[in-house]
Design a protein around this ligand. Structure first.
Ligand code: G3H
Ligand code: 13P
Ligand code: ZN
Length: 313
């Protein structure tokens, strides 16, 4: 059985969600690996097209393999926001367990056609496919959508039927990046729409993109030490975790790691102005990655693990 399938089956049984962390360098990879070992928890490690450009697919593969060799838990390698059949095919040919084909910006019929083409190739190679329907707002490198279009539950059923896609990214009010919500607005998810989507496709694991919480303490630290991350707010993990009860089984985290690393390094530079060995501050950054990763794993994957105490339930 495909590794992603095994993981989603496990998550379904435990009524929890697997955290998908974006990786693009060794420090993030090692920081996450430490968290997975500390908590004995599985995870998805995902790479974007931008990460492949920055790091190189061979380095990323080597990082993943090394992480897998150093953990006792299941790790799944996933392509995040694949934007073409060719990119997905390349990842499938190079041993990815899972790919996302993001045709959400396309008209419905074109999204169906592109997704189906990827599904046909992927399934012939025992690879999992995540599709997307509806548009998730936010501004990221390759992901740039001005306004969200919520996923239509009836269309979601038609999409899954026509494409045979394995999991579906849905748009219910989350957003990519650190600037997720307009100043003065009250960020809120459309759990009503999520419930309808889950009812329409109960056997399809749902995926929450743009799920970083924009952890306030890191934003404050960044601004305190010379950064300018103004008016960045998100939704707390406690609130986001409600989505798990309505079929969300994969929760994507990138921005919270970026913010935590930036906060740590900014503070380090302020506190230790004489240090110029990158290993000194990257080591601290790695520890922060571990702390953020553990926080996510506790809220989402280990949410029903009684040994963790009330704080994360
Ligand atoms: O959803 C997008 C991820 O955060 C990846 O961002 O394209 O800047 O690597 P990136
Ligand atoms: P964040 O920007 O909220 O971390 O979302 C990451 C994501 O959805 C990656 O696909
Ligand atoms: Zn995303």
């Amino acid at each position: 059985m495909n590794k992603m399938q095994t993981l989603f089956n496990w998550a379904q049984q435990k009524n929890c969600a697997i955290v998908a962390f974006n990786i693009s360098n060794m420090e993030v990879m090692k920081g996450i690996t430490a968290a997975l070992n500390n908590l004995q928890c599985p995870a998805i490690l995902q790479v974007s097209a931008g990460a492949r450009r920055y790091t190189g697919s061979d380095y990323l593969r080597a990082l993943f393999n090394t992480a897998q060799a150093n953990t006792q838990t299941t790790l799944v390698l996933h392509l995040d926001h694949g934007d073409s059949f060719e990119l997905c095919k390349d990842c499938i040919d190079h041993g990815f367990d899972s790919v996302m084909i993001d045709g959400s910006h396309l008209p419905f019929a074109e999204n169906v056609a592109l997704t189906k083409k990827v599904v046909d190739y992927a399934h012939a190679h025992d690879v999992w496919v995540e599709g997307e329907l509806g548009e998730i707002c936010g501004i990221e490198d390759a992901v740039n959508v001005a306004h969200s279009k919520y996923t239509d539950p009836a269309k979601a059923r038609e999409f899954v039927q026509k494409t045979g896609v394995d999991s579906l990214a849905v748009s219910i009010g989350t957003a990519h990046g650190a600037y997720k919500y307009a100043v003065g607005s009250t960020p809120a998810l459309r759990y009503d729409i999520l419930k309808q989507i889950h009812a329409a496709i109960p056997d399809t694991p749902l995926v929450l993109h743009g799920a970083s919480s924009v952890i306030p303490e890191y934003v404050t630290t960044i601004n305190q030490f010379g950064g300018q991350i103004k008016d960045a707010v998100g939704i707390h993990e406690r609130e986001l975790a409600r989505a798990i009860d309505d079929g969300v089984r994969k929760i994507n985290i990138d921005s919270d790691l970026r913010l935590a690393i930036t906060a740590t390094i900014r503070q380090y530079f302020h506190d230790q102005p004489a240090v110029f060995d990158p290993r000194s501050y990257l080591k601290e950054a790695m520890k922060t990655v571990t702390a953020v990763a553990e926080r996510k794993l506790k809220y989402y994957t280990l949410r029903n693990d009684q040994s963790l105490g009330q704080d994360h339930h």
